[in-house]
Write a protein that binds this ligand. Structure first.
Ligand SMILES: [Zn+2]
Length: 382
C-alpha cells in the first residue's frame, strides 16, 4: 500500500471519531483493516475496546516483545472547520491527532507484513480511553496483554509548534504526572438575614482556592515542575435570601516527579481537611483523571534517537522538560523499558485540542519510518 492510501485510512478514522471508552466502530474498523496484513494474532476487547496485532513468532518462542502504541479515542470537541473528512460524530472530533497515530501504526503493519521480525514479536497496540487516563491501566491489567510479556514499549505523539518531521526525545521524565482533585465542602444554609445561624463554606472555599495555588511554592526552589491549577469553583446558588450550604472546588495537580506529585496530593488533601475543620464543615475528596509521570528509559530513548536518524529524521530535545501535559503511556512504559517521543507537526500547525486542528498527512510516512526502524532496532537489542 502506498503513501496516499495511508492518508485515506487516516481520513476514514477521522470521520469515525468516538469519545474515550466508546471507541466501538473505530476498534472494529482497525481490527478489520489489520487483517489485510495477516498478523499472527489479533486480540480485541483489550481493557475495553483495545486492539492488538501481533507480528512475528508465537508467544513462547525466543526473542523480546516490542509494543508500539497508538490511541483509539477522539475528544469531546465539535468539528467546526470545513473538512472533506469531517467527523460524523456530533460534538466529537480527532483534535489530538490520534487518527494520525493509528494510521501510522497501520503503516507499520504494512512494513511488518513485508519484512516480518526474524525473532521475537512486534505488537501494534491500539489503546482505548487515553484522554481520560483510564485506558492504559485497563490494558496493562488485562491478562492477555500481560501474557505478551512486553520488553520494550514505545509511543509517539505529534507536536504542533515544532518543525514537521523532527523527532523530540529525551531520557527521564517526558510528560508530567497529574491528578484531578474535587473538594466538596458541606455546611448548613440559613436565611441570608441571619448568616450567623448557618455554616457557610464561603471563607473556607476562598482560602482553599488561594491555598491550593500556593502549594507548589516550596517545590519551586528545587527547580522542578510543580503546578496546581484551579479549574472550577462553585458556592451555594444565586438565591439572594439564602446563605450557601455547600461549595465545590476542583483543581489539577501536576509534577515532573512521581514522589513530588504524591506529596502535593497529600498536602492538598491536608489543606482541605484543615480548612473544613476550622470552619466546622464536612469535607469529601474525589480524585480523577490520574496520570503517572511518563518516564523514558535511557536505553529506550537512545533507540528512538538511532531509529530517527536511520529514518533520515532530525532529532532534537523538547523545549519543555518535561512537557506539562500528561499521558497515560507512562503506565505501559513501566511494564518494561519504554520511551515516548514527539514528532514535530509543523511550526504553523494549530495546537492540540484546538478546534482548527487536523493531523497533517505529510507526517504519516515519517512516522511509519521511525516506528518501523524502532521495532527492528529494539528486536535486535534483545
Ligand atoms: Zn493525544
Amino acid at each position: 500500500m502506498s503513501a496516499p492510501d495511508l492518508a485515506q485510512l487516516r481520513r476514514h478514522l477521522h470521520r469515525l471519531a468516538e469519545p474515550s471508552g466508546a471507541e466501538t466502530a473505530t476498534a472494529a474498523w482497525v481490527a478489520e483493516t489489520l487483517r489485510v496484513w495477516a498478523p499472527s494474532r489479533l486480540l480485541t476487547g483489550l481493557g475495553g475496546h483495545g486492539v492488538a496485532a501481533v507480528f512475528g513468532a508465537p508467544d513462547a518462542a525466543p526473542g523480546p516483545t516490542v509494543v508500539l502504541r497508538a490511541e483509539l479515542d477522539a475528544l469531546p470537541i465539535p468539528e467546526t472547520i470545513d473538512l472533506g473528512h469531517a467527523s460524523r460524530t456530533a460534538g466529537c472530533a480527532h483534535k489530538c491527532g490520534h487518527d494520525g497515530h493509528m494510521a501510522i501504526l497501520l503503516g507499520v503493519a504494512r512494513e511488518l507484513a513485508a519484512r516480518p521480525p526474524g525473532r521475537g514479536r512486534v505488537v501494534l497496540l491500539f489503546q482505548p480511553a487515553e484522554e481520560t487516563g483510564e485506558g492504559a491501566a485497563r490494558v496493562a491489567a488485562d491478562p492477555r496483554f500481560r501474557a505478551l510479556e512486553p520488553a520494550w514499549l514505545f509511543a509517539l505523539h505529534n507536536l504542533p509548534g515544532y518543525p514537521r518531521g523532527t523527532v523530540l526525545v529525551r531520557a527521564g521524565a517526558f510528560c508530567a504526572g497529574s491528578a484531578g482533585l474535587t473538594v466538596r465542602l458541606v455546611g448548613a444554609t440559613s436565611h441570608a438575614a441571619y448568616p450567623e445561624q448557618g455554616r457557610s463554606p464561603d471563607r473556607a472555599m476562598a482560602d482553599l482556592v488561594t491555598g491550593l495555588a500556593c502549594l507548589p511554592i516550596p517545590f519551586e526552589r528545587h527547580n522542578e515542575l510543580c503546578l496546581v491549577t484551579v479549574v472550577h469553583a462553585r458556592l451555594g446558588s444565586p438565591r439572594f435570601g439564602t446563605t450557601p450550604g455547600d461549595a465545590e472546588v476542583a483543581a489539577t495537580l501536576r509534577a515532573a516527579d512521581g514522589g513530588v506529585l504524591e506529596r502535593l496530593k497529600q498536602e492538598a488533601a491536608a489543606l482541605a481537611g484543615r480548612l473544613a475543620r476550622t470552619h466546622g464543615l464536612d469535607c469529601t475528596l474525589a480524585w480523577s483523571e490520574e496520570f503517572p509521570v511518563t518516564w523514558n528509559d535511557p536505553q529506550a530513548a537512545a533507540l528512538v534517537t538511532d531509529a530517527a536518524k536511520a529514518a533520515g529524521l532530525t532529532v532534537d530535545a523538547p523545549d519543555e522538560s518535561p512537557f506539562r501535559w500528561s499521558e497515560d503511556f507512562g503506565v505501559l512504559a513501566a511494564l518494561g523499558r519504554g520511551a515516548m517521543f514527539g514528532l514535530g507537526a509543523g511550526r504553523q500547525q494549530p495546537a492540540l485540542h484546538a478546534e482548527r486542528y487536523d493531523f497533517p498527512d505529510a507526517l504519516l510516512e515519517p512516522g511509519v519510518a521511525v516506528m518501523a526502524a524502532l521495532a527492528h532496532r529494539a528486536l535486535a537489542a534483545g
